[in-house]
Design a protein around this ligand. Structure first.
Ligand code: NOJ
Length: 554
């Protein structure tokens, strides 16, 4: 494959960084982050090695689901800025080598969206059919996504006497995708943002989005995604769809597009791998993750897995068995406040790992070494913790911690005016902030920067085919990624004890070596590709197989 082909498919080796403008940087000191503040922090993102900024919803909203309840799909929340700011911001980001993708939340609207306000006026209101109505909730109801906060996915609209569907909160009525006018709205909204310089979309709640209303035949619901992808690619050859699909791998494959069918999503988050990672961490045993990775399907060259350790929602464990979930809860969420919806954890990684820098680094090393595209949630690069005083999922959505000053340098407004406040414990801004780490190569920030550099100079990680290798030890994950650009091998030790791993890579060219990608060491391999490697407690190592005559710099 030529290098030009490779860079056309830029998302294969991207580094995605998710942030909420509202909590990133407040430049006008009203207590709410804004686009101007974010623009002032582009240097931080560029230096970190980010290549794609994923903006969480920034459209006008009553903010009852942190912006995932939108009242105008083509607007900007005036607290954050204006449309001109988006155009300027995407342009400036691109100038710094970063693309921008945005959350695309069109499964539902806010109940204050003008469409819904109109729809609920009467049974024959013009926008009535934009939503899903029934005289009575169906007998067989889908379960609510938010147990404890909602008890049904149908809500009675008093005025018209019918029930409307809401897969999420009752203030988020589902749009009716069986209505062609709604499908047009979805496509034109995408087209609109592309014109403003956006390079793609993180598509919210995809399985809910394409699910037709019960009893309505729309043919194959995946046709909606195929159509959207076709539309997207006609408008922009470089734009991507990164989908939120938390389903078993087999079903995820359908969302990439079945073999022989036109493509659907470009990328999907690996929710299963993420959950297996936490089980492995809890057990100090790499096997759950190794088994999950071995089962993870190899994708078509254009498609990609998006790997993550933590996102903005609860850390969901819904795909683990009940017993496995309990193990992870016991290890990382022993107190009630740490758990939510019976399935998830509301903490960030460093607090779950008791701040142990060895384990934290091992996890991020793993994130950047897994085949696919790594996705960071803001604050992970400096090891931010959560604020237990913020309810539920809001605990991890606290302001970015820039300095040790009040409000972590996020805003000079009085702290009480902030929507979410930084933690006041050992993870408070005075202990964890960008400024304290940015010139220290030994800091977590320095470490993550070295990972992003190494990831970017190792395209085989994004492009290659994965093998999980026998490591001879339950606690050690050994994996190899093979691509036309090279062979990469990584080791990760989930246990608190140092160890020696006997690697067996299979036959290699005579005089091949293993080059350590972090320690500028080279080790000779025998012709069977065997070598013993020392690993520290919770240690990690990245290698490249170097054959005589190899012209790559390592
Ligand atoms: C998924 C988002 O990640 C979550 O934060 C939100 O509450 C739901 N979709 C509803 O939009």
């Amino acid at each position: 494959m030529k290098i030009t082909d490779r860079s056309d498919l830029w998302w294969k080796t991207a580094i995605v960084y998710c942030l909420d403008v509202e909590t990133y940087m407040d430049w006008n000191d009203d207590g709410c982050g804004d686009f101007e503040g974010l623009a002032h922090r582009l240097d931080h993102l560029a230096e970190l090695g980010v290549t794609v900024i994923w903006l969480m919803p920034f459209q006008p909203t009553p903010d009852r689901d942190d912006g995932y309840d939108i009242t105008d799909f083509t607007g900007v929340d005036p607290r954050l800025g204006a449309l001109t700011d988006i155009a300027e911001f995407t342009r400036t980001a691109r100038d710094r080598g970063m693309r921008v993708i945005i959350d695309f939340v069109m499964n539902h609207t806010s109940d204050r969206h003008p469409w819904f306000k109109s729809a609920r006026r009467s049974l024959d209101a013009p926008y009535r059919d934009y939503y899903v109505w029934r005289d009575a909730p169906p007998k067989k109801q889908a379960q609510t996504v938010f147990p404890g906060e909602e008890d049904s996915v149908w809500e009675l609209d008093e005025r018209t006497g019918q029930y409307y569907l809401h897969s999420f909160y009752r203030h988020q009525p589902d749009l009716n995708i069986a209505n062609p006018a709604v499908r047009d709205e979805i496509a034109t909204t995408m087209g609109y943002w592309l014109e403003l310089g956006i390079s793609g979309f993180r598509v919210d709640a995809v399985p809910f989005l394409i699910e037709p209303p019960e009893g309505v035949d729309i043919g194959d619901p995946h046709e909606l995604l195929r159509d959207l992808r076709r539309f997207l690619q006609r408008r922009s050859s470089e734009a991507v769809l990164l989908g939120e699909v938390n389903l078993p791998y087999e079903q995820q494959l359908d969302f990439f597009g079945k073999q022989g069918d036109p493509p659907e999503l470009t990328m999907q988050f690996d929710f299963l791998g993420m959950q297996a990672l936490y089980l492995s961490l809890a057990r100090e045993d790499a096997r759950p993750l190794a088994e999950m990775l071995a089962a993870r399907p190899q994708l078509e060259p254009e498609a990609q897995w998006a790997n993550f350790v933590r996102n903005h929602d609860e850390l969901t464990l819904d795909k683990l068995s009940d017993a496995e979930r309990e193990e992870v809860f016991d290890a990382f969420a022993p107190e009630d406040w740490m758990r939510v919806y019976g399935r998830g954890i509301v903490r960030r990684l460093p607090t779950m790992l008791d701040g142990d820098p060895r384990r934290i680094r091992m996890v991020y090393s793993l994130l950047f070494s897994l085949p696919g595209t790594p996705v960071l949630f803001y604050g992970e690069e400096i090891g931010m913790g959560e604020n237990p005083e913020q309810q539920g999922r809001m605990s991890v959505r606290t302001p970015m911690q820039w300095t040790g000053e009040p409000n972590g340098g996020f805003s000079r407004a009085p702290t009480r005016r902030l929507r979410a406040q930084p933690p006041s414990d050992g993870y408070a801004p005075e202990h964890v902030n960008v400024e304290a780490q940015m010139h220290d190569p030994e800091s977590l920030l320095g470490f993550i920067r070295s990972l992003t550099r190494r990831y970017r100079s190792s395209p085989e990680i994004g492009w290659g085919v994965l093998d999980v290798l026998p490591s001879g030890q339950d606690a050690v994950l050994a994996h190899r990624i093979t691509a036309d650009v090279g062979r990469f091998v990584a080791l990760h030790n989930f246990a608190p004890t140092p160890t020696i791993v006997s690697l067996d890579l299979g036959p290699v060219a005579p005089d091949s070596q293993l080059s350590d990608l972090f320690r500028v060491d080279r080790f000779d391999l025998d012709e069977q590709g065997r070598i013993d490697v020392h690993l520290d407690a919770y240690g990690y190592a990245w290698f490249r197989v170097v054959e005589p005559g190899d012209r790559r710099l390592t």
